[in-house]
Structure formats: structure tokens, C-alpha cells
Write a protein that binds this ligand. Structure first.
Ligand code: PLP
Length: 449
């Protein structure tokens, strides 16, 4: 590999690049890690360290790194036709084929795709189009969205407002009006003496209380991640989503599943909604749609919502320069082709996830771990001050960051949110990589404790 002047690059980075979700002054002092290569389950940094990526980039590299076919699909499309826009009433075959493929893969009658560049924009899209859906049916007052505290739906004004991250709400004039939040389902912290299944119903009924408080004729939609990722992989009890779905149906509130993390096999099912047995009216997608090889997002609408938007909605005053970008849709199609033809989602569900769950539970025995939660290929270890107690550290996040940095030193990428160590590996992992995860994570927990 060609020589890289790491110090110089770090200096230039510190001088000229503002990093998202970082304290940039602290990062400049520490020096960013420069990555140079990815292959399968691993990435390499400029100093030659080989790292097992147990986070799939940022919940997205489902196919693993270095698949030439995706690069070739991009290159073919770039050379043939690099760009088009619907503005001029045109389209291209890969974008049509991707819309068809998504209609086929997503549950029930989610048959209509609107393309964006990212998950955040997909959530902006649903906020505007769902409000429009009600407005053109003479219900403009039915415009309130309900999300959850600590939910994450992206970084744009609408995405961050739909999300319930207090730190984000503090910056830049958020949230925008007519968005409300209920408490999230997190049995570990909030379940008290209830069984997880009992708690799931109690947590879901918070939505009913909120709808009744606001008035059902004012509530447009409820949005949630099937499994809340960024805040710490909160896996709700199986009763939760079924009850949420019942409540949405009862009050004619649209159910929006933000599948940006859960979509494309993360839970072992193609979509998190299938894992929990629910049928949303609207779904947002990104990340795994291209395995992170190129930016792309989508909002999927069911026949009812899309029918109104198409036949009563008039001109949609909404869209991006790169909506349905042909290179991105060509890469997404190739990604989905490989996931399907190589049976990667099925193999993850039937072979890897059960073994991962076994070894994750073993990590749960460690004296620093209070809970080891997992659903398919996504999980978290909750680090606690005292084994056996469902209680957080007084100073939250300190131990998590220490464990994350120790894991990195040991050649393992795990994310920390507060003191939850988050797992979301590429779906192509083998049993050997699960064992490597176990060895490196156990060692890192030992060194952190
Ligand atoms: N929704 C969820 C559940 C996410 O986890 C994310 C990003 O992590 C987003 C939306 C935003 O997607 P993007 O970062 O592509 O804008």
C-alpha cells in the first residue's frame, strides 16, 4: 500500500473538516483515525491495524466490504447515463426496477416508492406528504406527528424534530411545531416489576393516552423505529408493536415504521416490521438499501396513502435533485440481488443469528454486563455498576467510552451510547467472526472493569 503521511492528514483534517456528531476540538487533539481499506468483515487503518467491524460502518454495510459487483454496477450506470431528473418528466430503468423490487420486498401493500438521498430526507418526506395526505382530504388539522423520546429519525429539521434526542433539540431551534413525543419502551430501565410482555402493553398505551389528550382528529401519524438503534438498541417486548398497531388502527392514525436501521435483514427478517408482525402504512428506508456503498433513501407508501397523493394530491411540491439517482438505484438493485441470490438474510437468520445470540448471552455473564439484549443481528450489552441490578452508572457514558476505546485497541469496532455497547455486524459474518467478537469483547470488558 502506498505510504500515507498520517500526521499530515490528521492535521489537514483538523484544520478543514467539521466532523458530524463529534466535539471537534477534542477530536482534533486526539487525531482522527484514517481508514484505508475494507474487505468482507474487516477494515484497515492507515497504521496497518486490522479491525473487526461489529457495527457495519454505521448500521449499514450489511453485505460487508469490498464487493466488486457494486462498484461495477455504479461504473456501468455512470458511463451509460449518470443523471436524470423527474422534473423533466423522465425516468430510467434502474429506478423503475428498484421501485418494483421494494414493492415486492416490503410487507403488504407498501407498493409506492419516493426516493431521497438519505434516511433523514426520507423522514422529512413522510412528514410533509402525510400532512398533505390528510390536508387534501379536508383534514388539515390532522397534522400532528407523535414520536418517542430518545428516538432517532435523522438530522434534518424534520428528522431531528421527529426524533426525541434532547441534545439535538437543544441546538438550532428544534423541534418544529406539531410534533409530540411519548416515552420509549425500555424494560431494563423502566419496566419495574412488570414482565417484559406486560410492560410492552403499558408502554404502547402511552400512545393511546397521548392521542386522546391531543384529540384523534388532530393526530396524523405515529413514527417509530421497530428497534430503537442510536439510543442503545432498545428491543421492545413482542407485545409492544402489536398494541401500537391496534391503537393506530382504532384512531385512524397512520403507522410509520422507520426501517432505516432494521430494513434489509438487520433483524434476520427483511424488515423489522416483519420481525414484530406488524403492517405499517408508511416505511422509511436507507442504509442497508445499498449496504452503505452509495447514499440512497426511500419512503414507501401503501395503496391508501399513495392513492390519495396520486389522485387528489396535485403536483407534489417536494423532491431532491438526486431523487431516484440512477447510479444509486443501480447499486441498490445489485445489493439486493446479491442479498437475495446468496441467501444472505436467510442465512443470517437461520445460521449466524442463533449462534451470535448464544455467544452474546455468554458475554452477558461478564461482571460488568447487566443485560445482553439481541434480536437477529442487532444487540447491546448494558454495562452496569453492580451486577444483578437494573441500574445505570451515576456518571453515564464514561465506562462505555472506555470500553469502546479498549475494544478498538483490541481490534474490534463496537459503538457506545452512554454505557450500552452496540452490536450491528455485516450480515455476512461467519461463526469464526462471532467467536472473534466474543474473544475481543470479553478481553475488552475485562480490561475496562
Ligand atoms: N432513521 C434511523 C432509525 C437512523 O438510525 C438514521 C441514521 O442513523 C436515520 C433515520 C437518518 O438516516 P441518514 O443518516 O441516512 O440521514
Amino acid at each position: 500500500m502506498e505510504h500515507i503521511d498520517i500526521t499530515r492528514l490528521q492535521h489537514l483534517d483538523a484544520e478543514h473538516h467539521l466532523h458530524p456528531f463529534n466535539d471537534n476540538a477534542a477530536l482534533a487533539k486526539k487525531g482522527t483515525r484514517i481508514l484505508v481499506k475494507g474487505e468482507g468483515a474487516y477494515v484497515w487503518d492507515a497504521e496497518g491495524h486490522k479491525l473487526l467491524d461489529a457495527f457495519a460502518g454505521l448500521w449499514c454495510v450489511n453485505l460487508g466490504y469490498g464487493r466488486r459487483e457494486l462498484g461495477e454496477a455504479a461504473s456501468r450506470q455512470m458511463t451509460q447515463l449518470a443523471y436524470y431528473n423527474s422534473f423533466f418528466q423522465c425516468t430510467v430503468e434502474p429506478t423503475i426496477q428498484l421501485a418494483v423490487k421494494l414493492a415486492e420486498l416490503t410487507p403488504a401493500d407498501l407498493n409506492h416508492a419516493f426516493f431521497t438521498n438519505s434516511g433523514s430526507e426520507a423522514n422529512d418526506t413522510i412528514l410533509r406528504l402525510v400532512r398533505h395526505f390528510w390536508a387534501v382530504q379536508d383534514q388539515p388539522q390532522k397534522n400532528i406527528f407523535i414520536g418517542r423520546r430518545n428516538g432517532y429519525h435523522g438530522t434534518t429539521m424534520a428528522g431531528a424534530s421527529l426524533g426525541g434526542m434532547a441534545g439535538m433539540h437543544k441546538q438550532g431551534g428544534l423541534p418544529i411545531p406539531d410534533i409530540h413525543h411519548i416515552d420509549p419502551p425500555f424494560w431494563f430501565a423502566d419496566g419495574g416489576d412488570l414482565s417484559p410482555d406486560e410492560y410492552g402493553i403499558v408502554a404502547a398505551r402511552r400512545l393511546e393516552q397521548k392521542i386522546l389528550e391531543l384529540g384523534p382528529d388532530r393526530v396524523a401519524a405515529f413514527i417509530g423505529e421497530p428497534i430503537m438503534g442510536a439510543i442503545g438498541v432498545y428491543i421492545p417486548p413482542m407485545t409492544y408493536w402489536k398494541e401500537i398497531e391496534r391503537i393506530c388502527r382504532q384512531y385512524d392514525v397512520l403507522l410509520v415504521a422507520d426501517e432505516v436501521i432494521c430494513g434489509f435483514g438487520r433483524t434476520g427478517e427483511w424488515f423489522g416490521s416483519q420481525y414484530f408482525g406488524i403492517t405499517p402504512d408508511v416505511m422509511t428506508l436507507a442504509k442497508g438499501i445499498t449496504s452503505g456503498y452509495i447514499p440512497l433513501g426511500a419512503a414507501m407508501f401503501n395503496d391508501r396513502v399513495a392513492g390519495v397523493l396520486k389522485h387528489q394530491g396535485g403536483e407534489l411540491a417536494h423532491g431532491c435533485t438526486y431523487s431516484g439517482h440512477p447510479v444509486c438505484t443501480a447499486v441498490a438493485l445489485e445489493n439486493i440481488r446479491i442479498l437475495q441470490e446468496e441467501g444472505i438474510v436467510d442465512r443470517a437468520r437461520t445460521e449466524i443469528a442463533p449462534y451470535l445470540a448464544e455467544r452474546w448471552a455468554e458475554l452477558g455473564e461478564h461482571r460488568l454486563v447487566g443485560e445482553a439484549r439481541i434480536a437477529g443481528m442487532v444487540g447491546a450489552l448494558e454495562l452496569v455498576p453492580r451486577k444483578g441490578e437494573r441500574r445505570f452508572f451515576d456518571e453515564r457514558g464514561h465506562v462505555g467510552v472506555l470500553c469502546r476505546d479498549t475494544a478498538l485497541k483490541n481490534g474490534l469496532i463496537l459503538r457506545a451510547t452512554y454505557d450500552s455497547m452496540l452490536l450491528s455486524p455485516p450480515l455476512i459474518w461467519t461463526r469464526e467472526q462471532v467467536d472473534e467478537l466474543f474473544e475481543k469483547a470479553w478481553k475488552s470488558l475485562d480490561e475496562t472493569a
